[in-house]
Every structure is written in structure tokens, then in C-alpha cells.
Design a binder for this molecule. Structure first.
Ligand code: GN1
Ligand code: MG
Length: 354
């Protein structure tokens, strides 16, 4: 039986008035409702996927700590609404949290608009600037080794051993592509870089925009907020901004590395740049190859394991995601020197003062 969101909401400190609930089916992991009152969207009510996120207490502490830093004129604050017992989440048929919703805001799965790309860069920069004083050691790894390519490789190889023949056959070329690029990216990801508190899932639709001004307001979906490298957040944004096609686009001719959108994103990032080291800046081009690749590899592994992790809408969605993500990864790899040039140009002042 489905949980009644109204019953769940009654455990939080909210004004007593009628609310309606609109399920949002965008995410692949959590169950989410938009809570509406007087025709206005006021809250986001969310059941956290406990199979994926096992340490709910640590996860909510991360979010609470980060939200206390994520406040500035250039960053819209999101509030966690406490329960009537003064907790950040409610336990009943799973784990629920309630957050304020910024009215008249929207998200984009993809964009062709360079203003949106610029704004996305700005807000990712602001997010990192505001979080740079965070004490990284106090943050829990909500999914340990989330972007650890060695772990993802082991999981992929395990899945290869147990997969059924039909799925293995469908995935042949994707498997070959993965095996070809893995050594290079494993080596890339083995370097030592500064550890920062990162969002770790900065795809475009995790950025909230104002409907009227198209300004980026803040980042949402903070479950994977934990320690990481700057290139994770850079690469995940680039994979959804420089590529104007959907994550599971089947027509590969629609998958492009759009140079203008990339540059606009970097321009936005620069206006708000946190102090990146020379090594961090140097890691960004391959970071934009790495992130679509690791997501593609996870989708491939899940496909070989009969879709046990991601929600899928149709039979072959995971392999479609994988092929499309690998295709973008490959297209980004071809633009490695272009990315290096753009970054050297835009960050030349930073690079000189280091
Ligand atoms: C998952 O549920 P959603 O869309 O926020 C995944 C992300 C991927 C994304 C792919 C915890 O996030 O890493 O980028 O799907 N989150 C987790 O769209 O695995
Ligand atoms: Mg997410």
C-alpha cells in the first residue's frame, strides 16, 4: 500500500491548512512530492531511498551542515523543515524529509541556451565558494566510493560474469568501449587532488532556476553531498550542459559536445571561482570525460544485473543510457585540447598567481 503523504506531512512543523500533493517522477532514486497550498508550491516532501542511502542520520547531518553555509546574496537558501520532535527527518514506512520549495522556480533536463549554461557555471562556483570553509572530515560518505572508478570497474567485471546471454549480446559494443577506456581513466582518477565537500550530482536538472529571470538560484538534491574532487562537479555539469540531448538519447547524431555551451559554463564558473589549484584546473578536461564514463559504466553494470538499481521506464533504458553516456564521453575526449585551451584562457589569472 502506498504511504499517504498527508499523514507523513502531519509530523512536520507546518501551518495547519489544506495541502495537495503532486508526485514528481524525475529522479531515479527517491520518491518525491511537491506540496501545494493555495495554488502555490510550498514544500518538497521526499522519501529517501534507504537501499541506496544506508546512513540516513549521516546524510541528513551533511545536508543540515551544508545548508547552514549555503547562504549568500547570490545563493537562494533552502530550509529543512523540522519534525514535531525537532528532527531533520521522520521515520515511518521509510525516511522522509521536508524542504522549503522556491516558488516560480524550474529545472531543465537539457538546454541550448548559453545564458542557462553561464548561470549554471555561476551557481556551481558559488556553491563551492560557500562550502570551501567546510570541515571535510565531519561529512559522512553517504555512498562510500560513489565515484571511485576502481570500485565501479570491479562491480562491472562481477556483472559480466553473471549476466544473461541476451543482455551480454545487446551490450557487446558498450562493453568493448568500457574496457578500452578504463585503463586511461583509472590512471587519471588515481592522482592526488584537494578533497572538497562536493555535490557529486551536478547534472543540469539538479540546478534550480528562476522561471522569470532564468537566473540560477541554488543546487538541489543534496543526498550525495560529501567529500569529492572538484572535477566530479565540473564533469557532471558539463555532461548535461555541453550535451544538448537527453541522458538516454538513442539517436547518437543528436549527441554533441557543444563548444559554445561549454565556454558559457566556464565563463559563469569563473565569475564565482573558488580558489582552484593548478592541478585541479588541469584535471577538468578529463573530468568531463570521466563523469559521463562512470555514469555510463554504472548504467551498463545495472543493465547486466537486470536493472536492480535504477528505476527504468522500459526494457532497454539502462543500455540506452549507457550507450548515450559513452558516446558523449568519447565526444568530450575528442575535445580535450579544446577544453584545455578554454580553461587556460579563462583561468589565466588564477594560474599566474599560483
Ligand atoms: C541518479 O535519482 P537521480 O536522478 O537524482 C544517480 C546519479 C545519476 C542520475 C542519472 C544516488 O540520480 O548519480 O547522475 O541518477 N544518483 C545515485 O540521471 O545513484
Ligand atoms: Mg540524485
Amino acid at each position: 500500500m502506498k504511504t499517504n503523504p498527508e499523514v507523513i506531512l502531519s509530523n512536520f512543523v507546518v501551518p495547519a491548512r489544506p495541502y495537495t500533493f503532486q508526485p514528481i517522477n524525475n529522479g531515479l532514486i527517491n520518491d518525491t512530492y511537491l506540496v501545494i497550498s493555495n495554488a502555490k508550491s510550498v514544500y518538497i516532501l521526499q522519501r529517501i531511498n534507504h537501499n541506496v542511502f544506508t546512513n540516513i542520520e549521516g546524510l541528513m547531518q551533511n545536508i543540515d551542515a551544508a545548508l547552514s553555509l549555503l547562504k549568500s546574496d547570490a545563493y537562494n537558501h533552502i530550509a529543512l523543515v523540522k519534525t514535531k520532535t525537532d528532527k531533520t527527518y521522520h521515520t515511518e514506512d521509510g525516511y522522509w524529509r521536508l524542504m522549503s520549495f522556491i516558488d516560480e522556480s524550474t529545472t531543465y533536463n537539457t538546454t541550448t541556451n548559453s545564458k542557462i549554461a553561464f548561470e549554471a557555471g555561476k551557481i556551481v562556483g558559488e556553491f563551492h565558494k560557500l562550502l570551501s570553509p567546510a570541515e571535510t572530515d565531519t561529512y559522512t560518505d553517504t555512498i562510500p566510493q560513489f565515484h571511485d572508478l576502481r570500485l565501479r570497474k570491479d562491480q562491472f567485471e562481477e556483472a559480466l560474469k553473471n549476466a544473461n546471454k541476451t543482455r551480454l549480446a545487446t551490450a557487446t559494443s558498450a562493453i568493448q568501449f568500457a574496457q578500452g577506456l578504463l585503463p586511461k581513466l583509472i590512471e587519471f582518477s588515481s592522482q592526488d587532488l584537494p578533497v572538497r565537500v562536493c555535490h557529486n550530482d551536478t547534472k543540469l536538472n539538479n540546478i534550480l532556476f528562476s522561471k522569470s529571470t532564468e537566473k540560477a538560484l541554488c543546487l538541489i538534491d543534496l543526498d550525495t553531498l560529501m567529500k569529492g574532487y572538484f572535477y566530479y562537479d565540473f564533469g557532471d555539469a558539463v555532461r548535461t550542459i555541453a550535451n544538448t540531448a537527453d541522458e538516454d538519447e538513442r539517436d547518437l547524431s543528436k549527441i554533441t559536445f557543444n563548444k559554445n555551451l561549454f565556454e558559457a559554463f566556464v565563463d559563469g564558473l569563473k565569475t564565482n571561482a573558488t580558489q582552484l589549484t593548478k592541478e585541479e584546473i588541469a584535471s577538468l578536461p578529463l573530468g568531463a570525460v570521466f563523469m559521463p564514463f562512470i555514469h555510463g559504466l554504472r548504467a551498463l553494470t545495472d543493465y547486466l544485473e537486470n536493472d536492480k538499481y535504477y528505476k527504468t521506464a522500459y526494457e532497454n533504458q539502462n543500455i540506452d543510457r549507457c550507450i548515450s553516456l559513452f558516446d558523449f564521453s568519447n565526444k568530450a575526449l575528442k575535445e580535450e585540447s579544446f577544453m584545455q585551451h578554454v580553461l587556460a584562457e579563462k583561468f589565466s589569472e588564477t594560474l599566474q598567481t599560483l
